[in-house]
Design a protein around this ligand. Structure first.
Ligand SMILES: [Zn+2]
Length: 521
């Protein structure tokens, strides 16, 4: 059984919705800059749970928080450092957007991230963290956390080993004078207001020195995040919420939030789904590095179904690793094709199930698994100006392509071209040489190529025929296959390796092949 079905079953068998009506599934992302692809794993895991439960007739709501209330604590490398310096320490909703047309910084980066959710077919109900606070729904939990600050300090110390001094309160006030939240220190809660001083200067944020008292309600202050996490669950009645592996260790933030949830708010934490990392090129790169590892960058590499496969294909206990500059992209397409083949064979196994879940929910009812040409082959053919992709695909398939298959082929060609133009390694790049390149060939290689030229002069040959003929040269000349194929790749592509030679030659204009072979005789 697929990992996602196992988890969905466990939820169904062990939980009932808190509100008695529907399971509330929640996830969130702090919009501190361009969002790393790793955050899409949470979007996918939660989105898939909502889909599977809904398929079983169980009501769900998938809610996603665009967190715009966390502080702006570092300036990503791709932004103007001078321009953004003065905003360090403000809540993200108060930081200007890098481009016009967006209300603030968080909205700008949120918009790009949401576009990736949409491409992958997950469309939760979005809300902003600051709106949740301004609605007043967090106030009663903030009141409890302030009244029982000593319990919060004790839990933090016992569970995570983090010690706070006796005046520490689990809230950060937004400074009324400078608007920053990271620079303030709250103390002395009197039941209605907290005192604060704006005098901390962490990570380059400059405080203003203001001192005052403020009623911390309705967005005037923010809860310390491990307390806030629990408060968000209880304030909204969250039933299901997983988190990345980094939060899920013993003594980690989830552990602390669970204790706060039970002890302070007298509620059971949501059903947890801890999931592994999504790495890019073997690294858990930070999103401040920018291009190459963002959700948008990785999403651009794949059509929706293959993007979904990248996100949901592996069990949550396994790491995902995609390296756009290696073989990951063709391999992901190959994996998708294997699942499609299982579906075409009518298999009722995990492969066919995964294939169905890769399809967008809106399209799943009319699920089809059209034949597709391998991504590697498509990527080769789109680089050969004389080859017509549809003709070559029909040749490989053995019959004409259906309309669906042609549409799929065209889409795959677009993705292949994009990959070749951006990340693809040199191994996948081919340039058909218009003129005979400088090559040194042995007498045996020359003899084999001359024999090949003779056969080509005899008439049209199919890829299979040429393939068989080339292999017969092994004993007829005799020549080692590696030497033979190397000679062919050198004179046509100016490199030592290439696609399957028989089909490659059959795809080229015959006159061109004969001329080139004759030039080396
Ligand atoms: Zn201030």
């Amino acid at each position: 059984m697929l990992w996602a079905d196992k988890i969905a079953n466990e939820i169904r068998d062990t939980r009932t919705p808190r509100d008695g009506k529907r399971f509330l599934i929640r996830d969130e992302k702090t919009l501190s800059g361009r969002v790393h692809i790793g955050s899409m794993r949470g979007v996918a895991v939660h989105g898939l749970m909502a889909e599977i439960l809904a398929d079983e007739g169980i009501a769900t709501e998938y809610r996603y928080e665009l967190n715009d209330f966390d502080p702006f604590d570092s300036i990503p490398s791709y932004l103007d450092q001078e321009k953004y310096k003065e905003h360090l320490g403000k809540p993200l909703y108060a930081v200007p957007s890098p481009e016009t047309g967006f209300a603030n910084y968080a909205e700008y980066f949120g918009d790009e991230f949401v576009s990736v959710h949409q491409k992958a077919g997950w469309t939760p109900n979005y809300y902003r963290a600051i709106d949740l606070y301004r609605s007043g729904k967090m106030d009663s939990f903030m009141k409890i956390a302030l009244e029982r600050a000593s319990d919060v300090r004790r839990i933090l110390k016992d569970i995570s080993g983090s010690e706070k001094d006796a005046s520490w309160l689990p809230v950060s006030v937004v400074c009324e004078q400078c608007g920053k939240i990271m620079t303030t220190r709250a103390h002395d809660y009197d039941g209605e207001t907290v005192g604060y001083t704006c005098d901390k200067n962490p990570d380059g944020a400059v405080s203003c020195g203001h001192t005052g008292r403020v009623a911390p309600w309705r967005g005037a202050a923010k809860l310390f995040w491990k307390v806030e996490w629990a408060a968000k669950w209880v304030a909204q009645g969250v039933d299901i919420e997983g988190g990345g592996k980094d939060h899920s260790t013993k003594g980690g933030s989830r552990d602390v939030a669970n204790h706060i949830c039970r002890e302070l708010f007298s509620a059971e934490p949501p059903f947890d789904i801890p999931y592994e990392f999504f790495l890019v090129g073997g690294k858990k790169m930070s999103s401040s590095k920018g291009r190459g590892s963002s959700a948008r960058d990785i999403a651009d590499l794949f059509p929706p179904q293959v993007l979904r496969l990248a996100l949901i294909g592996k069990d949550i206990r396994e790491q995902i690793d995609v390296d756009p500059s290696g073989e990951s992209v063709p391999r992901m397409f190959d994996w998708y094709d294997e699942l499609a083949e299982a579906a075409r064979q009518g298999a009722a196994d995990d492969h066919a199930r995964l294939f169905a879940l890769c399809e967008l929910p809106t399209e799943r009812a009319e699920l089809a698994a059209p034949w597709q040409m391998r991504f590697r082959e498509v990527a080769f053919i789109v680089q050969m100006p004389h080859l017509a992709l549809a003709t070559e695909a029909a040749r490989v398939k053995g019959s004409a392509l259906t309309e669906d298959e042609l549409r799929a082929l065209d889409e795959r060609a677009q993705y292949a071209k994009f990959w070749l133009a951006t990340y693809a390694p040199e191994d996948f790049k081919y340039v058909l040489q218009e003129e005979l390149p400088e090559v040194e060939l042995s007498d045996v290689q020359k003899k084999a190529l001359a024999t090949l030229a003779q056969v080509m002069r005899g008439g049209e040959r199919t890829g299979e025929e040429l393939h068989a003929f080339l292999h017969s040269l092994k004993t007829d000349i005799p020549i080692k296959p590696t030497e033979l194929f190397q000679a062919i790749y050198r004179i046509f592509l100016a490199r030592d390796s290439g696609p399957k030679a028989g089909w490659f030659l059959a795809g080229l204009p015959r006159d061109f092949v004969i001329k080139r072979l004759s030039e080396v005789e």
